[in-house]
Design a protein around this ligand. Structure first.
Ligand SMILES: NC(=O)c1ccc[n+]([C@@H]2O[C@H](COP(=O)([O-])OP(=O)(O)OC[C@H]3O[C@@H](n4cnc5c(N)ncnc54)[C@H](O)[C@@H]3O)[C@@H](O)[C@H]2O)c1
Length: 442
């Protein structure tokens, strides 16, 4: 099939590359000329394992193209995916300006029947708005082309995006017309061959399904963090409690790790957007609001632990920080807990020596050039002369470090572990003061 992918970000680029890999011809459109030029030259603007090989191969074999020109891409394609950002607006709702701007451009460029697919995460009712915007443009042009709007939310996870897309747990397609349901089945057939379901539903339910999935997962994280906070008051061991409940298949062991709370480009904004949608429909989403507020507190509790260890005096203290991205295997720092934690420490007069395998470039851009934040070439370099180590992201290379070397390089052997990577008894024996999530508060 001939496809246009509008937006070449974490979702758009992966989706485009995977569709091309299955033999489709995909034109990837992005408004960011520098990004398009980089892609043209084989440079991948994001860190996503496996993506580079897919992009390069399919570009070289002329199934994957990059351009800033939207109109020709629309005209050459039957299916037009909208995969632009839907960031949080000031009132918590999803900001649809980019989605609707693309819809307008599609309406201006269309020259025949098209299938418009919402790939971006968009609230209930967006397909209707997209339809209205396109219809208005067609009316203004005196044209009357038919088109369908499909909701096809994306469930890939950054860090394993290629695998998630190639072997999805399920594909959800919101199709109000039978003809597009068949087309979506055909498009996704290579990905769903091995009993992976394609679930066809109405558009509104598909739009809500994406938020439902993210809200459930976010709530699961807040649930275990709340349990960790109860453990810290009762002396129960959160790791044991987690294992004790996670082995029940109704609960499940995945996504049940206590930590610094959820971050990233999706959960925080999608929770806010769903809360906003519920309220706009006169429903108070108490569970979602509680999950959100537990999530916010989790970072504060961690910073309070650091402050309390240093008797509220962080002026001039040096912190080594391991991990900046919102989770391992990505360079994405959007809403990363590390950013909030580092900002609080810097405000209190601390200095940061950070290390992350992939996210230092993005973090440097975020904080700008400043004297009190430096970036180390290795985990151990970050520790040099530091008053403590703070772990914000659970990259695998942080799991089995050389503790003797760490103790030798740190000024004082103190670790604040926001991801519960180590055995507390072992670290105590090795002479570390080790703080972790869910630890008993004296
Ligand atoms: N990142 C994820 O893991 C993930 C997972 C599932 C769903 N989503 C959803 O997918 C959508 C995209 O997320 P993302 O992380 O890929 O965003 P992103 O910011 O990485 O990418 C969006 C891209 O769209 C481009 N763009 C913006 N306006 C444009 C326009 N008018 N024409 C062409 N290109 C334009 C931007 O330049 C950017 O490259 C969001 O709605 C998000 O919630 C993201």
């Amino acid at each position: 099939m001939k496809l246009a992918m509008i937006g070449a970000g974490y979702v758009g680029l992966v989706t485009a590359a995977c569709f091309a890999e299955m033999g489709n011809e995909v034109i990837c459109v992005d408004a960011d000329a520098a990004k398009v030029e980089a892609l043209e030259q084989g440079r991948i603007p994001i860190y996503e394992p496996g993506l580079e090989a897919y992009v390069k191969r399919n570009h070289a074999e002329q199934r994957l193209f990059f351009t800033t020109e939207l109109a020709p891409a629309i005209q050459k394609s039957l299916v037009c995916f909208i995969a632009v950002g839907t960031p949080q607006d000031r009132d918590g709702s999803a900001d649809l300006s980019m989605v609707l701007a693309v819809a307008k451009e599609i309406g201006k460029a269309m020259d025949g029947y098209k299938v418009i697919v919402e790939k971006s995460t968009v609230p209930v009712g967006t397909a209707r708005q997209v339809r209205q915007v396109i219809e208005a443009e067609l009316r203004a042009r005196g044209e009357n082309f038919e088109f369908d709007v499909v909701s096809n939310p994306e469930f890939l996870k950054e860090g394993t995006a290629i695998d998630d897309f190639m072997k999805p747990d399920r594909v959800v397609a919101g199709c109000d017309e039978v003809r597009v349901a068949e087309l979506m089945r055909e498009l996704y057939a290579p990905f769903t061959r091995t009993n992976r379901p394609i679930i066809i539903m109405d558009v509104v339910s598909a739009e809500l399904t994406k938020y439902a999935a993210n809200a459930f997962l976010a709530t699961k994280i807040s649930f275990i963090n709340e349990l960790a906070n109860i453990c810290s008051r009762t002396g129960a061991n959160i790791t044991k409690v987690r294992q004790g409940i996670g082995s029940d298949p109704r609960i499940g062991a995945l996504f049940l790790f206590p930590g610094l709370g959820y971050g990233g480009s999706c959960f925080p904004k999608d929770m806010q957007a769903l809360i906003h949608t519920a309220k706009a429909h006169d429903y108070k989403p108490r569970l979602l609001e509680a999950a959100e507020s537990i999530n916010q507190d989790q970072r504060k509790i961690f910073v309070d632990t650091i402050r309390s260890h240093f008797k509220d005096d962080l002026q001039g203290k040096v912190f080594a920080v391991w991990g900046l991205s919102f989770k391992p295997q990505t360079d994405d720092i959007r809403e990363a807990p590390a950013l909030t934690i580092l900002s609080r420490l810097l405000e209190a007069g601390a200095r940061i020596q950070a290390y992350d395998p992939e996210a230092m470039g993005a973090t440097r851009q975020y904080f700008g050039d400043r004297q009190d934040v430096s970036y180390a070439g290795s985990t151990y370099e970050a520790l040099e002369g530091a008053d403590a180590l703070i772990i914000c992201t659970e990259w695998t290379k942080f799991r089995e470090p050389d503790f003797d070397r760490m103790r030798a390089v740190l000024k004082t052997p103190v670790i604040f572990d926001g991801r519960n990577l180590y055995n507390p008894q072992k670290l105590a024996k090795l002479g570390f003061k080790y703080y972790y999530i869910g630890q008993k508060v004296d």
